[in-house]
Ligand binder design. Structure first.
Ligand code: HAM
Length: 419
């Protein structure tokens, strides 16, 4: 019988890779906290309507990518395809903005989309994201983009592009949509089949279609930025100014619309040349209407999310060495099966009294192969218990990462020697 395989588009993160994840997560937490953001965790599944209403019925995510199922009581549930809508549900339910007018929140977790798996595109993937709730002002757009930029730099990614656009407020977007739809209808025969069917559902998405036919038509399409009303224009100009003041480079990209329905005003995306066709490793924007979509009073908000697997791909290309040391410091090597009792006592002492991470060989291997193992896992100390050590209640410590010197000490002198 064939072995059972993991589900297509999902990946195990083995102990050999986990240190990279830990290092990235540490950076994400540190920088978020430096910006005053606090972590929030929500369940991995929600009632389906959180996303169908929140993310939007016309989006690819809701139409074809959600893992939706009926539970045993017949209720429709969905594995979260993203965090923002679920986070807004949690803020409303826990009344988080009542505590503090500005809620600054971040999250790290697993998300699920039924997409065609390829490099950088998975069905279970991980995102880090941050959301700044309750400020309608461009300062908060700039704050979240600065937070993302600080993280990207701290990760050692010093080459990336930030694409920036404004979708305007509701009324300016309505005016623009009318002109856009008219233009698209005029050119309908030259659009890709997918875009032809999108005109009536989600015409904005046609602007960032990657289909060559669409790209030609979009080249001459009306520019959304020319349809911003005074309020929307002012907001966008301020965001640009603040980014310049923070020395963050951006490219204004009027065709950037993003794939989720909840955006208004600012939208942005972080792209890297190192990723191939899935070149966005982060994206976000302002979403002033999401709270009311989910039944609460209007609350302005802005935020972004980044894909952790895509960050790892970039770091791999850049060959950035993230701290790769294993965490075992000491390996205890009994040279005879009779010394295990003594070895276990030494191990307990190291772990409990001195907080030194310690392992003992459990395969009863030879001294030589245990020493090889200790080298392989980059342990700091090999602690050898041979005949004379056992008899005199002492141990031999070999310093593996220094000059390999070794000393024999009494069991009771451990502390002095190791600290
Ligand atoms: P998104 O652009 O759909 O935005 O996803 C954000 C990031 O998640 C992407 O840039 C990408 O790096 C990663 N990602 C998305 N799908 C996959 C996949 N199938 N496999 C691997 N990585 C993936 C959002 O999710 C919004 N909630 C962002 C946001 C927060 N907007 C406002 N606040």
């Amino acid at each position: 019988m064939a072995n059972i395989q993991a589900i297509r588009g999902t990946k195990d993160i083995t102990p050999n890779e986990i240190h990279k994840w830990h290092s990235i997560e540490q950076i994400l937490k540190k920088i978020s906290e430096n910006y005053g953001y606090r972590e929030i965790r929500t369940p991995v599944f929600e009632k389906t309507e959180v996303f169908s209403r929140g993310v939007g019925a016309g989006t690819d995510i809701v139409n074809k990518e959600m893992y939706t199922f009926a539970d045993r009581s017949g209720e429709s549930l969905t594995l979260r395809p993203e965090q923002t809508a679920a986070l807004v549900r949690a803020i409303i339910q826990n009344n988080l903005v009542a505590e503090n007018p500005t809620a600054r929140l971040y999250y790290i977790g697993a998300y699920y989309r039924y997409e065609r798996p390829q490099k950088g595109r998975l069905r279970e993937f991980h995102q880090y994201g941050a959301e700044c709730i309750s400020s309608p002002y461009p300062e908060s757009d700039a704050e979240t983009i600065s937070l993302a930029d600080s993280i990207i730099r701290e990760l050692g990614i010093d080459e990336y592009s930030l694409k920036l656009n404004s979708l305007g407020n509701e009324s300016s977007r309505k005016t623009y949509l009318e002109v856009l739809i008219e233009y698209l209808h005029k050119n309908i025969n030259n659009l890709s089949e997918e875009s032809q069917s999108r005109i009536g559902i989600n015409p904005l998405r046609i602007l960032d279609s990657k289909h060559t036919l669409d790209i030609e038509i979009v080249k001459n399409a009306p520019n959304i930025l020319e349809y911003l009303d005074a309020e929307s224009q002012q907001h966008f100009e301020r965001v640009c100014k603040y980014l310049e003041a923070a020395n963050i480079k951006y490219t204004i990209t009027p065709t950037l619309v993003r794939g989720l329905d909840y955006y208004s005003h600012t939208v942005f995306e972080f792209q890297s040349n190192y990723l191939g066709s899935q070149d966005a490793f982060g994206g976000g924007g302002r979403y002033n209407k999401l709270f009311s979509e989910l039944g609460a009073k209007d609350t302005p908000a802005v935020g972004f999310a980044m894909g952790i697997e895509r960050i790892l791909l970039i770091l791999d290309v850049l060959q950035k060495q993230i701290d790769s040391s294993g965490n075992v410091q000491a390996v205890i090597i009994p040279t005879s099966n009779n010394y295990y009792e003594y070895a276990l006592r030494i191990a307990a002492k190291l772990r409990n009294d001195f907080s030194i991470s310690t392992i003992i060989d459990l395969q009863r291997r030879s001294l030589k192969s245990q020493m090889r193992e200790a080298g392989k896992i980059s342990a700091k100390y090999a602690i050898i218990i041979g005949d004379s050590e056992f008899e005199s209640r002492s141990i031999t410590i070999k310093y593996l990462n220094e000059d390999g010197r070794q000393i024999i000490i009494n069991e009771d002198d451990l502390k002095q020697e190791l600290f």
